[in-house]
Structures are given as C-alpha cells and as structure tokens.
Design a protein around this ligand. Structure first.
Ligand SMILES: Cc1cc2nc3c(=O)[nH]c(=O)nc-3n(C[C@H](O)[C@H](O)[C@H](O)COP(=O)(O)O)c2cc1C
Length: 450
C-alpha cells in the first residue's frame, strides 16, 4: 500500500490496522451526541435591554434553564422599566445585575467578572441603543461595559420598531457587529407592539433558545453541502383529492436543522407540511414525488451528503381527473396507479454520488426490513423507525444500520435524534466510508423513470 497522503487516509489506515479503533470512535461519538442534547452545564449571561419585547426574556430564561443552562441576568435601566429584576431573579434563581456602580461587589469589578465564567452572552431583546453602543464600543452602563470586556462570544436578538431597524444608522451598526464576529439572531417581520408592521420584531423565545443550542453544537459537517428531503408527497387524484400519507415533516426538518447547526450548507426539499424552515436552511417546496425527484436531481451532483427522510409516495394515479370526480351511488371507483421514481436509489447510483442516508418507516420487523432496504438501495447508512410511533410525533426512537451493524439511538425529541444521526454521519465520513452494497444495488434496483 502506498503511504497515506492526507489526514483522512492516515485516519483510515489507523482504523483498518487497529481494528477496534473505529468502534471506539463510534462509542466516542455516541457519548458526544448524548452530551449534545441540552444546554447542560452551559453558562449564559442574558442581557436584557429596554424594549417591549423584554417581557419575552422571562420565557427565554425559563427555556434556557429548562435546557440545563446556568443563566445569569444583567438588565439595563430601561429594561427595568419594562420588567422587574424580581421576575428574572425568581426565574433564574440568581441575583440579577443592573448597576455598574454596585457597592456590594467587593472590588467593584462586576463589569469584568460577570462575564468571565460565561460561555456565551445573549442580549435579548437587543435595543437599537444597545446595538449602537456595542458597535461603537461604548461602555457607560453595566451591560455595555461587560459586553465590551467579554472574552466569550456574543449573540444579539434585535427588537425594535420597523423604522428604527431599517434606519441606515442601525443597519450600519448591525454590519459593524457582524464584522466583529457578533451573532445576530433575527429580527423577524410582523405586527409590532407600536401598531406598525414590518421587520424588527424580536424572534420568539423558542427560536432564540434554538439559536443558542445551535451555537453550542460541534461543527461536525463544516464545509459539507447537505441535501435533505422531508415530509409527505401528494399525488393528485382529481383537482381536489390526493393520495398522501401522514408524515408531518418533523423528522426531516429536525435533520435539516441538526445538519445546519453542525456547520453544513443545507438545502431542504420539502413536501407539503405546516412547518417553518430552520434558520439558515434553503428551502425548496414541492408537492408530488416527481417534483421532489426533479428538485433532488437538480441538486444531487453538487452535494456531499444526501439524507432522504421524506415519505415519498410509491405510486401515483396514472390519469388524474381534470375535474372533480362525482360520487356515483352504488358504483365502485377504480384508480389505476403507476410507480413513482425511486429518489434515493437514483442518487445512490449516480457516478459522482454523495454519501447517502436512507430512512425506513416500518410497521413491523424493523431490523429485517431496514437491512433489506439498505442493501436494496445501496446506501451506507439507513435510519429506521416504527411508523406508528414516529409519524407526526414529537419524539422518535431511531435505529441506525450500517456495515458495522445496528446502533439504537434510544428515544428522545426528534432534534436530539437528528443530532445523533448527524454525529454518526460525520464519524462515517471521517472514517472514509463508501456506499455499501453498490454491486447488489446495481443488480437489484430498478432504473427510475423521470
Ligand atoms: C414604550 C417604549 C418602548 C420601546 N421599545 C423599544 C424597542 O422595542 N426597541 C428599541 O430599540 N427601543 C425601544 N424603546 C426605546 C428604548 O427604551 C431607549 O432607546 C432606551 O434608551 C434603551 O436603553 P437600553 O439600550 O440601555 O436598554 C422604547 C421606549 C419606550 C418608552
């Protein structure tokens, strides 16, 4: 064998020679994935500034605490006019800090020390005034001073009137913060407390908490282009009726979110679902299996990882009626169905194929069906779940099948399952795994029709 040329080859050699080393890599990743599930042990300083959205900071404290974070709160004078420090103290279980000149801090160095043991400062809501001060490096109150003196990253969730947000001065300040490496979460568009409508609403507390969780995820897919399919497809019977299934899209959207959090550049091809795309994910909406196939075909060559989570209809109606089919009492209605393209098998057989991950929703014999599907599609990794437990639910219990065997992920919220799946994919990519069962797939998989 020639000498290994790069780090990936060297890693592969070590795995081949050491045998057990690969197993320990997977064990390590399983443990890392388990740690990724919450904000357990993370120390966050939440800065609250003076805006109507300050009341939502109470919910944010609650969510961060629930996720296991230690939350220290600092409030500006203006923030204390909107909500009381007492509320934040009760929710965070800690003293709330408001005063740069606090005589109770022995050495009066609160503006330095309060952020020293923190992993992240989150400012929500971030007023136009705070953003301007932070952009300029002003430090005339406790929150701006400790922001300037920080060593940890800063995430700001702006909240203000639409004109304040759109003002060139604010936009200039936000650009300056971004250039300084500050993370800006939001704002969103919508109806505002002042009665006007437009950009400037603070993201909802759940979305900010999700940004915080995302911040702490390891960048396991950095630089990778990831294509994910999600949701059901709909096959028209007539203009008002369709053949579909009860996939909610939640698992696929969670996978897209986890891949994006892991640093991947994610495109999500989604069937009809009532879900918002995760922040930072490019979304392509489709309806039918053939539309999904076209959307995937157009992008498959340019992606590194393809994760087929969508519950694609196997069959479509051969001749959908142009007009609504009328009920005819006592008469049977027969629909002729024809097979839809097999999107996963198509991508898995591309000459320049990405790393392919299939999903199997089975109603019984999970392991047997999953192994058979993995071999039939010719994919290196297959995630299987029981359809009756997974469809539409918030939780799931995935089992992963690869050439090393079976890896149950336990039960948990779909985003946690998705993060574990992403960690497994990253470990397989790092180990240089190639698609499995390709020869078998070439023999067995049917040529998809376009
Ligand atoms: C009722 C009311 C609502 C306000 N809402 C906002 C807001 O949503 N966003 C904002 O940037 N400023 C808002 N302001 C103005 C800020 O409170 C003001 O600029 C203040 O100086 C901000 O101080 P701080 O950045 O130190 O918290 C509001 C003021 C009032 C009186």
């Amino acid at each position: 064998m020639t000498s290994p040329k790069n780090a990936a080859q060297r890693r592969r050699l070590i795995c081949v020679r050491a045998g057990k080393a690969l197993e320990s890599r997977f064990l390590f990743n399983a443990r890392a994935a388990a740690r990724m599930t919450t904000l357990e042990g993370k120390r966050i300083l939440l800065g609250i500034t003076g805006g109507i959205a300050a009341y939502k900071a109470a919910e944010l404290v609650r969510l961060l605490m629930k996720a296991g974070a230690n939350v220290r709160v600092a409030m500006t004078d203006a923030a204390c006019r909107f909500v009381t420090p007492v509320t934040m103290q009760a929710l965070s279980g800690q003293r709330v800090w408001t005063d740069l000149w606090d005589p109770q801090v022995a050495d009066n160095m609160g503006h330095i020390e309060l952020s020293r043991d923190r992993d992240l400062i989150v400012v929500a809501p971030g007023s136009a005034d705070f953003i301007a001060k932070a952009a300029l490096g002003l430090a005339d109150d406790l929150l701006s001073a400790l922001t300037l003196a920080r060593r940890c990253p800063l995430l700001v969730a702006p909240a203000m009137n639409v004109e304040m947000w759109g003002h060139p001065a604010t936009q200039r300040n936000v650009r300056a913060l971004r250039d300084d490496g500050v993370l800006i979460a939001g704002p969103a568009a919508g109806e505002q407390a002042c009665g006007e409508t437009g950009m400037g609403r603070m993201l909802e507390p759940e979305a900010i908490a999700a940004e915080v969780e995302a911040f702490f995820q390891p960048r396991l897919l950095a630089g990778k282009r990831v294509l994910v399919t999600a949701g059901p497809t709909e096959e028209p019977i007539d203009p008002v009726r369709v053949i579909t299934n009860s996939s909610s899209g939640k698992m696929g959207f969670a996978v897209a979110r986890a891949a994006q959090e892991a640093g991947g550049e994610v495109t999500l091809v989604s069937g009809p679902v009532a879900l918002a795309a995760p922040a930072g994910v490019a979304r392509v909406d489709v309806r039918t299996a053939r539309q999904m196939f076209d959307a995937v075909k157009a992008r498959a060559d340019a992606c590194d990882v393809f994760i087929a989570v969508a519950a694609v209809a196997d069959y479509r109606v051969r001749h959908p009626a142009e007009h609504k089919i009328k009920k005819r009492a006592g008469k049977r209605l027969t629909l002729e169905l024809e097979e839809n393209p097999d999107i996963l098998a198509y991508v898995a057989r591309l000459p320049k194929r990405p790393f392919c991950v299939g999903f199997a929703a089975e109603s019984r014999d999970l392991a047997r069906n999953a192994r058979a599907k993995r071999a039939e599609k010719g994919v290196p990794l297959l995630a299987a779940n029981l359809a009756q437990e997974a469809l539409g639910a918030e939780d799931n219990a995935l089992t992963l099948f690869d050439e090393r065997g079976e890896h149950p992920l336990g039960r948990g919220p779909k985003i946690e399952q998705a993060r574990k799946l992403v960690a497994h994919i990253a470990a397989m990519l790092a180990a240089g795994d190639r698609p499995a069962g390709r020869a078998a797939a070439g023999r067995r998989a049917r040529q998809p029709r376009s």
